[in-house]
Design a protein around this ligand. Structure first.
Ligand code: FES
Length: 145
């Protein structure tokens, strides 16, 4: 096997410009303890999941107003693909006045991936963390109302 084995193995490591944009400038990310503490205090729900494939963790907080996701913040110890996917997820659920929570529960990685222009096949498992944590946050919200 040569050092240039990715293509020979059928693995495509191409990242779209949209993926790179969200990775280098992630939207709605929480990057420090103070912001996490402040947002957690006013969040309507929180969800956390871990990836069985890689062990990385994703945490998502939501603010719900009139059954719509008004705000969505997140943090992760995941990779670039998880960051880009969850950044896009947070944009999708908060754009246009916020997605109704019933619709947000239906959001799946394919919808996020289509907005990103895809991910390398080997990284698709990273894209499931954001929507899984989102669903957990919505369930947490619903358990409190
Ligand atoms: Fe763990 Fe991507 S490798 S989230």
């Amino acid at each position: 096997m040569s050092v240039n084995s990715a293509a020979e193995d059928g693995l495509d490591w191409f990242y779209t410009d949209t993926v790179k944009s969200h990775f280098f400038n992630p939207q709605n990310i929480i990057t420090n303890d103070k912001d996490e503490h402040d947002f957690a205090r006013r969040a309507s729900g929180v969800g956390q999941v871990g990836s069985p494939q890689c062990g990385d963790v994703m945490k998502v907080w939501i603010v719900v107003r009139e059954n719509r996701i008004a705000e969505c913040k997140w943090k992760t110890f995941g990779c670039a693909s998880a960051i880009a996917s969850t950044s896009m997820m947070s944009v999708i659920v908060t754009e246009k006045g916020g997605m109704h929570i019933d619709d947000a529960l239906m959001l799946r990685p394919v919808g996020i991936l289509s907005r990103l222009g895809g991910l390398p096949a080997i990284k698709v498992h990273c894209s499931v963390l954001g929507d899984q944590a989102l669903r957990a946050a919505i369930e947490d919200y619903r358990s409190k109302i």
